[in-house]
Design a protein around this ligand. Structure first.
Ligand code: ZN
Length: 272
């Protein structure tokens, strides 16, 4: 049977505890939510951290605490963000790479983000990709637009990213590329051959559809409070694990089995 991979993005940078009180914020809460997501079937944890006021931060010490506590509770593959949050410098965003996580996100272009914007010049991208290569960190190439896929190919041609490639296709960010199946497939068809890809779709309205569309095409999926805080229409999710459990149920409907963290380490050739 084919394997699928579920990533859980449990905290993110934008979601607030006021929007969903179950949002994990402290390293302790993050570690507990990671354990529950892992037990539910998530193989990869996409990690952001927050400061004492629950604001997004790229503080290396807080990342270190969170990673140590996650590691003490479960074996999930940890992918840290280098997207950080709106307004951070590229130096701030890439600082936690020094902790040498197995994976990290790599934004592949500039985009609007609601009323804000995220800047990723080609120079920024080379800098982040080069540092990940130096430290043996597998990037998830986050593409918010078609052009970002083409930009990622520049990094590949320059030898800054090696196979196997793992893409994160980010759709439905406010003011970004809208989600629909046709757009997703258009993106998938532009990826380098034999790439792995994970659909990252923002918002509750597409939370089930994106899973079904991805699994029908042998793609992977990301769920979690970074992308969506709802379980049903107007119904808040009670935990990140609840969203993972639903993705696992859908995977079973599609005849897929869930890759374990150690299987993901082999598939993505992660540093061990
Ligand atoms: Zn993120």
């Amino acid at each position: 049977m084919s394997k699928t991979v579920i990533t859980c993005a449990i905290t993110g940078a934008e979601t607030t505890p006021q929007q969903n009180p179950a949002l994990p914020v402290t390293p302790k809460e993050i570690a507990e939510a990671a354990k529950q997501a892992s037990e539910a079937g998530a193989s990869i944890l996409h990690l952001h951290v927050r400061d004492e006021n629950a604001h997004p931060t790229q503080d290396v010490d807080i990342f270190r605490q969170a990673i140590e506590q996650i590691r003490s509770k479960c074996d999930i593959v940890i992918e840290i963000t280098t997207g950080g949050a709106v307004g951070m410098t590229i130096e701030q965003r890439m600082a936690p790479l020094i902790l040498e996580p197995e994976m990290a996100s790599l934004d592949c272009g500039t985009c609007n983000f609601g009323d804000d914007y995220i800047v990723n010049t080609l120079g920024d991208m080379r800098c982040v990709a080069g540092e990940m290569q130096r430290l043996g960190i597998r990037p998830t190439l986050e593409c918010f637009d078609i052009s970002h896929i083409d930009s990622s190919k520049i990094l590949i041609e320059e030898g800054l990213i090696q196979e196997p490639f793992h893409y994160g296709l980010v759709l439905n960010v406010p003011c970004g590329l809208r989600y629909d199946e046709e757009t997703l497939l258009f993106m998938v068809n532009r990826l380098p051959r034999n790439s792995f890809w994970t659909t990252i779709g923002i918002g509750g309205r597409i939370s089930v559809r994106k899973i079904e569309d991805s699994m029908a095409k042998n793609g992977f999926v990301r769920v979690g409070f970074e992308d969506n805080i709802f379980f049903g229409k107007g119904e808040l999710a009670v935990s990140n694990a609840q969203l993972v459990e639903r993705a696992v149920r859908i995977a079973k409907d599609y005849g897929l089995t869930i890759a374990t963290p150690s299987e993901v380490r082999q598939m993505f050739k992660l540093r061990v």
